[in-house]
Ligand binder design. Structure first.
Ligand code: E4P
Length: 246
């Protein structure tokens, strides 16, 4: 399983690269806002390119700012020129629930990497996977990435974390059974360490984790206590050997 950083904060991304815990980055308009990205579309472009360079050749996902089919396609084509390692996030439907799969299929046929986002059900995920696979089969040059993003935290808010686990697991089983090797599940909207622990075992290819949650995953009072004990005993052992602690 890979870990992506769910953030547009370059300092946090840098930090987790250093920890060996960043195999990609996901952003969206709300994340950009929260991370203080200013200057509208130009600001989003600048920050996305910055992150793309930082993690190259790993993927960064950037989301279109519209749910109008024509605008979605125009923006996706434009974003895809910003850097080679950008996957364009497109919501599975528009605000009225109309399908955006025609754009997803067409752009994939054009060789553009798409991350189909805001999915909360098994059916949405397998239909997105099918559209991506159809697009890839007809693409002259295959996209580098094809992602399907399941918003497990939002599923949990309605049906509980175990139901979210079942949805992810069933989608993974379905992808494996039908040999959709080139489509990867990203589990998003991760809210806690407990979510990380549960959904890491669901079969997700990728968990995208906000920095504040990832940071807490190392926390354990007993680990701190144990390190304290080891350092103390190491000092004593060194003193007994007459070498002094390092
Ligand atoms: C994933 O790619 C999304 O950016 C993110 O996880 C959405 O989470 P939210 O439910 O916190 O908005």
């Amino acid at each position: 399983m890979k870990i992506f950083i769910d953030s547009a904060n370059t300092e946090e991304v840098k930090k987790y690269i250093m920890w060996g815990l960043c195999q990609g980055v996901t952003t969206n308009p709300s994340i950009c806002l929260k991370c203080g990205v200013k200057g509208g579309m130009e600001g989003i472009k600048k920050r996305t390119i910055e992150i793309a360079r930082l993690i190259n050749p790993l993927p960064v996902s950037a989301e279109v700012t519209s749910d109008d089919m024509e605008e979605v396609m125009a923006q996706a084509r434009e974003y895809s020129r910003w850097a080679e390692n950008i996957a364009i996030k497109i919501t599975i439907t528009d605000r009225q629930g109309n399908s955006l799969l025609p754009a997803i299929y067409k752009l994939t046929k054009e060789g553009i990497s798409i991350n189909v986002t805001t999915m909360l059900t098994f059916n949405q995920a397998i239909l997105a996977a099918r559209a991506l696979k159809s697009g890839r089969e007809r693409a002259f040059q295959k996209p580098k990435y094809s992602f399907i993003s399941i918003f497990a935290g939002r599923i949990s808010e309605e049906y509980g974390a175990n139901h979210a686990f079942e949805v992810i697991k069933n989608v993974r089983d379905w992808l494996d059974f039908h040999k959709y090797e080139e489509i990867e599940i990203i589990v998003g909207s991760v809210r806690s360490q407990e979510n990380v622990e549960l959904w890491s075992r669901s079969g997700a290819h990728i968990l995208t984790i906000p920095p504040e949650v990832l940071g807490k995953c190392l926390a354990s009072a007993r680990t701190k206590e144990t390190v304290e004990q080891f350092i103390g005993d190491a000092k004593k052992a060194m003193e007994e050997l007459g070498g002094g602690a390092q």
